[in-house]
Design a protein around this ligand. Sequence first.
Ligand SMILES: [Zn+2]
Length: 299
Amino acid sequence: MSISEEARRADALALLEQLFSSLGDAPIDCTRFEGSDAAFVGIQNTSWDELCSEGLLEKQSDSLYVLTPAGWSEALLRAGTLSAPGFQDRIGKLAGFLKDQIKGREKSEVVAFDEIVRSTGLPSGWVFNVIDSHLLSRMEGRRDAFWFESARGRLVEVPRDFGLIKVDLFADIRAENLRLQETVEEMEELYREYRCEICSAPLIGIHPWEHQYGYEEATEYACGRTIGGPHGDTPCPKDPKFPKFEAFVLTTQRQENGWMCYASSVSNVDLRYTWGKTEEEAKSAMHEVYLRRAKPWKG
Ligand SMILES: [Zn+2]
């Protein structure tokens, strides 16, 4: 009797789930599963082949198999582990440690795998599987760390832009579906700087810039607040430190066919310049620009 395609698929996925849960925190590369093991007695033989043909499992000998990096991360995503608090803690710890390695650095850093395990206190097999399967990049839009050259399991290269978020993910949060909302929540846990701490406007960009002593990152929020820019910080419009219009000195300049108005202040709030047919018009246009700029962000 032949089994339907659907039943075969369900059986293969059940096998994947079983392999993943019996693996626990062990590393995928040296944990072999025996096809004839009594634990797998209810599984169709074809399911092993099916997972192999999908690249989720690798056959090492007649009946010995190992999970591939893709198999491990696929099983993890299917198991819904991503949103489990314990998993979030682990990922947060690992990503935090890796991010610390490149803080203020101009180049990528190579870190010994053992050092990562020692410093984070995380199970070494689990860390191995996360790096091996590029899990951080699979979890939407993070620049990931990877094995340095051929030193699988020994050296990890953390790229300079590790952990940077693909900004377009945040462009239209309200219109996104539940899946993206979950991703955002995960990121919120990982990246505390993801929202403006004053008005909760989302992060819209991280801009690297260089100065004579090294490398910095400027963080920009949708409310207009920036932190760590080359000319210092720009306050959030809801911050009491945000300058009043009176704090700007307006300078007007007669042009051939109208007036130009510039606004300067000690703050970093840049209002550019405005234009008007008369001096008054140029100044009142500047006031409009200020009001728009000073308007709090609405979520
Ligand atoms: Zn803000």
